[in-house]
Design a protein around this ligand. Structure first.
Ligand SMILES: OC[C@H]1O[C@](O)(CO)[C@@H](O)[C@@H]1O
Length: 602
């Protein structure tokens, strides 16, 4: 192989898998994406409900009194930990559940995890709609959170795995599109429910059952993903689903690729432990950073509390909800923009353009509020309109970028062996930071006042730098070829031998073994291994292969031990060797010694 030329593992040229975009794959994608509808409905509904008088009077009497106390500071009207806990408890439960859901995704599949999501969600909804005290409300929210944790783990993975490579971005974004539709529907429901007294809030919370019911029924129609089937040894079924979703019988290359990925994944007994290996670091760091950044744009300060925020700046109850409906509509429309462009323009350009616009929007909102909104005076009408317009600019640019790509990028950048475990970190980080914002925003607004928007602006600058320097482009890269085609080539992430992984060493040693068996002299077969390392350790690994193959009389068991050694997930790769081994092996005097036992994991 020419130096530096790295072939995908299946040997297939990138992007050349057979198959078209079938109606079946699109329908399955839409059904699965209703998991996003549940999530979105929840995000949108809590803001509206927590600003409804009937609800506040029943459960948060103090806030109700404060809200109607004319002299109360505008920025602090809604600052109440209990009220914030109502919103945020869901995310706490989702955070913890996502780790569990990662295991059910691997062991039982993506589909049953989605089914579990819908059941938890339905039970939570019933408790919420029937709540007679705060505890019923909170427990209901926790169960909704369990549902969201399962759905947010399973759905994006499902979408990325069934998608044909050229449409992976678009199909994955269906999830976020459903999130935004859920938010919009919730805003509309809030708008109507706020006029129904005294139980409009029950209707608002109870309607969350609709998307859960759709997902529950729909999940019986969709198949399990081929990847998950193959990973769980249901090879025939995996192959037949693959043929069905690709609309062709000619899927052998893609099948082989998934099979290889799952063979390697099988070696990994502890995917969470494996995430600690250097080769998992880049997708993990990026997955977590994407979530922190997504939430510190300040999006949920607006999504959860839009009606509250608009009331803060002086809109009446109805007008506030109406403004939330406007921003919700912008959110949906701009997510569609993302679906259209993500696989053409690529991920980075969407993220960067959004950073620029969001920065302008946040600083303008902060400036306008700072100059015009005093503690007890509302904004005058035209200034309030300016704020709404910039909120729309902010929400729109978020919607074509950090919103959808926050899910897409982590779902496509991990290798199969750590995909569900790695993705669960993305989901849980998203939930954690959503929780933090939900819990802290109203208090932050009370203390920081308009400066809170400058706080978010500073984060947006950091995000822009992250995109420019650290985020690789993953457009049109097959999902199981990220290591070779993305990480190994990135100026920063390729450093420190991070990608001399067990995959490399497996291939390397297998090739070496084949050559040896066929009586050929050893030669360096994959020069990319040598090229991608900067430290001597990798060369030392290659030397082991050489020594074993050439100098030991009974080389087979030793080679298999070496392969084993490289497969061991508990060991960092490359494995540090003691120089004494070289000598003893070279002299051929220690064939019966077990060199592996002397090797210590780093
Ligand atoms: O559309 C906005 C919504 O999208 C998310 O970022 C999820 O991807 C939510 O946290 C936010 O409320």
């Amino acid at each position: 192989m020419a130096p530096g030329v790295v072939m995908p593992r299946s040997g297939a040229p990138p992007n050349e898998f057979e198959g078209r975009v079938t109606i079946y794959v699109v329908v399955c994608g839409i059904i699965a994406a209703t998991g996003g509808l549940m999530f979105g409905y929840d995000i949108g509904i809590s803001g509206g409900v927590t600003s409804m008088d009937d609800f506040l009077e029943k459960f948060f009497h103090k806030v109700y009194l404060k809200k109607h106390h004319a002299r109360e500071d505008n920025y602090c009207k809604f600052d109440n930990q209990g009220l914030q806990l109502f919103t945020s408890s869901l995310y706490l439960a989702a955070l913890l559940t996502s780790f569990l859901a990662s295991k059910t995704c691997t062991r039982y599949g993506r589909k049953p995890t989605m089914q579990a999501a819908s059941v938890f969600f339905l039970v939570g909804t019933v408790l919420n709609a029937a709540a007679v005290n705060l505890w019923m409300l909170i427990i209901g929210r926790l169960l909704l959170g369990v549902g969201v944790g399962c759905a947010n783990q399973a759905v994006p993975l499902f979408l990325s795995e069934i998608a044909p490579v050229k449409l992976r971005g678009a199909l994955n974004i269906l999830f976020q599109l459903m999130v935004t539709i859920g938010i919009l529907v919730a805003n509309l429901v809030n708008y109507k429910a706020s006029t129904i007294h005294p139980s409009g809030w029950r209707l608002a919370l109870g309607l969350a059952g609709v998307p859960a019911a759709i997902l529950c029924i729909g999940s019986f129609i969709i198949p399990e993903t081929p990847t998950s089937l193959i990973e769980r040894q249901e090879l025939d079924q995996g192959l037949s689903v693959l043929k069905k979703i690709r609309g062709t019988d000619n899927v052998s290359l893609e099948y082989k690729e998934i099979l290889q990925a799952s063979e390697l994944a099988k070696e990994v007994k502890h995917p969470f432990k494996n995430l600690r290996q250097p080769s998992s670091r880049p997708p993990l760091v990026i997955a977590v950073l994407m979530q922190i950044f997504q939430q510190f744009t300040g999006i949920n300060a607006i999504m959860f509390y839009a009606p509250v925020l608009f009331q803060t700046i002086g809109f009446k109850n109805d007008a506030s909800l109406l403004s939330a409906v406007i921003t919700g509509t912008v959110n949906v429309l701009c997510t569609i923009v993302s679906i259209v462009f993500v696989d053409k323009a690529g991920r980075k350009i969407l993220l960067l353009s959004a950073c620029i616009l969001m920065l302008i929007a946040q600083t303008t909102i902060g400036g306008v509020l700072h100059a015009n909104l005093k503690a007890t005076n509302n904004l005058n009408h035209s200034v309030a309109i300016v704020v709404v317009v910039f909120v729309c600019v902010f929400v729109g640019s978020f919607a074509w970028s950090w919103g959808p790509l926050g899910w897409l990028i982590p779902s496509e950048t991990f290798p199969l062996e750590t995909r569900t475990a790695g993705f669960s970190f993305a989901v849980s980080s998203n939930m954690l930071f959503t929780f933090i914002i939900a819990q802290a925003f109203l208090s932050m607004m009370c203390h920081m006042r308009a400066s809170i928007f400058f706080f978010f602006s500073a984060w947006i600058v950091a995000m822009g730098l992250f995109v420019v320097f650290l985020l690789p482009e993953t457009k049109n890269v097959p999902i199981d070829e990220m290591i070779e085609r993305v990480w190994k080539l990135h100026w920063y992430w390729k450093r420190n031998n991070m990608f001399v992984t067990q995959i490399d060493s497996d291939i390397f040693f297998m090739q070496t073994w084949e050559h040896w068996k066929n009586g050929k002299m050893f030669e360096i077969i994959d020069t990319s291994i040598v090229e991608n390392c900067r430290e001597n350790e990798v060369l030392r690994c290659i030397q082991i292969g050489l020594l074993c193959a050439q100098e030991l009389p009974d080389n087979r068991p030793l080679i298999s031990q070496v392969v084993l050694m490289f497969n061991s997930p508990s060991m960092d790769i490359p494995v540090p060797l003691k120089p004494a081994h070289y000598a003893s092996m070279r002299e051929g005097s220690s064939v019966n010694e077990d060199p592996i036992s002397e090797l210590q994991p780093r």
